[in-house]
Design a protein. Structure first.
Length: 248
């Protein structure tokens, strides 16, 4: 995993994961401002790319939650864009993806955890929400169902945090190992060792492409799981009205 020079980190005085998070947030903000500076009916370049990403997330939320999904669009879009941009930073030389740090992924998972229960309680009330968690079972089974459901809910942030962290860390380690092989063997005078650098040189572009694909897939998985969790908490049924009518 690429590390910032010690002198730079000392002068900045903040953890590297936090610095990378600030950069990811800054990129999202700058791209959003540039894309919306001159809105057109027929989108071009940045506006088209941003609208495509937003529509992708909107359609996911609408298909799972239904017409009330628009209430939660900001959370879903914010998570998707931050995670996707943060993941992509890992393929840029000199940068690391903040999502390869367990503290960052744990913070994101806790945001989802508390948001899920907040929206569920706000929609159904405390008693109604706990009744929803126990399900339609006999009264004597409800305490057991509540315990099982609470354990399941507590496992969700662990699953979200470690899945994202593990995949992004593995990607960075793989790229770092290949880069290290090139640095070690390329200056060597031995023909055999020079030949060993051919493999990383040939594989590295495919690793970067794979890294970009993984970046999108992990952002998608985190976002869709968040949508399912919140959709289950608020219990909004899908409706037949068109997506366009829902967003009016």
């Amino acid at each position: 995993m690429t590390e910032l020079p010690e002198a730079i980190r000392f002068k900045i005085g903040v953890p590297q994961a936090l610095l990378m998070s600030w950069i990811a947030i800054g990129i999202v903000l700058v791209v959003s401002l540039l894309a919306t500076k001159r809105l057109r009916m027929v989108p071009r370049t940045l506006q088209g790319v941003l609208e495509m990403g937003l529509t992708f997330v909107y359609d996911l939320a609408d298909s799972v939650i239904g017409p009330e999904a628009k209430r939660y669009y900001p959370l879903f879009v914010g998570l998707f864009l931050y995670i996707f941009v943060g993941n992509l930073m890992g393929v840029v030389p000199g940068l690391t993806c903040p999502t390869s740090n367990i503290n960052v992924t744990a913070a994101l998972a806790l945001v989802v955890f508390f948001s899920t229960h907040y929206f569920g309680i706000r929609r159904q009330g405390i008693l109604g929400y706990f009744k929803h968690m126990t399900g339609d079972v006999p009264l004597w089974l409800k305490p057991f169902m509540l315990v099982i459901e609470l354990i399941s809910h507590l496992a969700r942030p662990l699953s979200l945090a470690f899945r994202l962290f593990g995949n992004m860390m593995a990607k960075e380690v793989l790229v770092g190992v290949l880069a290290m092989l090139v640095v070690l063997f390329l200056p060597s005078k031995s023909i055999i060792q020079k030949m060993l650098t051919a493999g990383p040189f040939l594989v590295l572009p495919f690793i970067y492409l794979l890294g970009m694909l993984i970046s999108f897939i992990q952002a998608f998985i985190f976002t869709i799981l968040t949508i399912f969790y919140i959709g289950g908490a608020v219990e909004v049924q899908n409706q037949t009205e068109s997506v366009h009518e829902r967003r009016q």
